[in-house]
Design a protein around this ligand. Structure first.
Ligand SMILES: Cc1cc2nc3c(=O)[nH]c(=O)nc-3n(C[C@H](O)[C@H](O)[C@H](O)COP(=O)(O)O)c2cc1C
Length: 161
């Protein structure tokens, strides 16, 4: 099985979750970790939150959008203003080759708007024919608790693969 984990992370929490997911999926085959990097990134939290609230997108650096070669895809984002970060919106809007594949959506947050954010992420993919979703919401206060992260992620993986 070939999997891709595509994620954006500004302060590193979602990256930690993505890496744990990678370790778990690596037992089942090849895993590519794809970091979404905006060409221009606001360093100002207020502007980031504001742009996310307005459902803005942002241009990404060196990103491929065709995921035809993968059997399984995971997409991760921090929750910003109750939605995904703009880099993740851009990715989800442009990604191809995902129809009828299994998708895990994961977010890290302080717990406000996590479900809303994942619902929005799913909406982009439903338009591309994805029907099979699993959701993982990780509280940023527990990001260093590897056991908590592994338990939450494995629960979803075991059901699927
Ligand atoms: C601009 C901005 C907006 C945020 N908005 C929310 C929010 O609406 N709800 C929430 O629970 N956490 C919010 N957070 C907290 C982040 O979702 C949380 O710290 C997340 O783990 C950060 O992930 P990262 O380290 O991968 O960037 C926000 C953080 C930032 C910087």
């Amino acid at each position: 099985m070939k999997s891709a984990i595509c994620y954006y992370s500004f302060t590193g929490n979602t990256k930690i979750a993505a890496e744990i997911l990678k370790d778990i999926l690596a037992e089942k085959g090849i895993v590519d970790l794809v970091e979404l990097r905006p060409k221009k990134e606001d360093k100002n939290f207020f502007m980031q939150g504001f742009k996310s609230f307005l459902k803005k997108e942002t241009e990404l650096n060196n990103i491929k959008y065709d995921f035809t070669e993968y059997d399984f895809i995971a997409v991760g984002s921090p929750v910003w203003a109750f939605g995904p970060a703009p880099a993740v919106r851009t990715f989800l809007k442009h990604v191809t080759g995902v129809n009828d594949k299994q998708v895990i959506l994961f977010v890290t947050s302080r717990g406000a708007g996590d479900h809303k954010a994942m619902k929005e992420m799913a909406r982009y993919l439903k338009e591309k024919g994805v029907k099979d979703f699993k959701y993982v919401s990780i509280n940023h206060n527990r990001i260093k608790d590897t056991k908590y992260l592994k338990t939450k992620i494995i629960k979803v993986i075991d059901e699927r693969l």
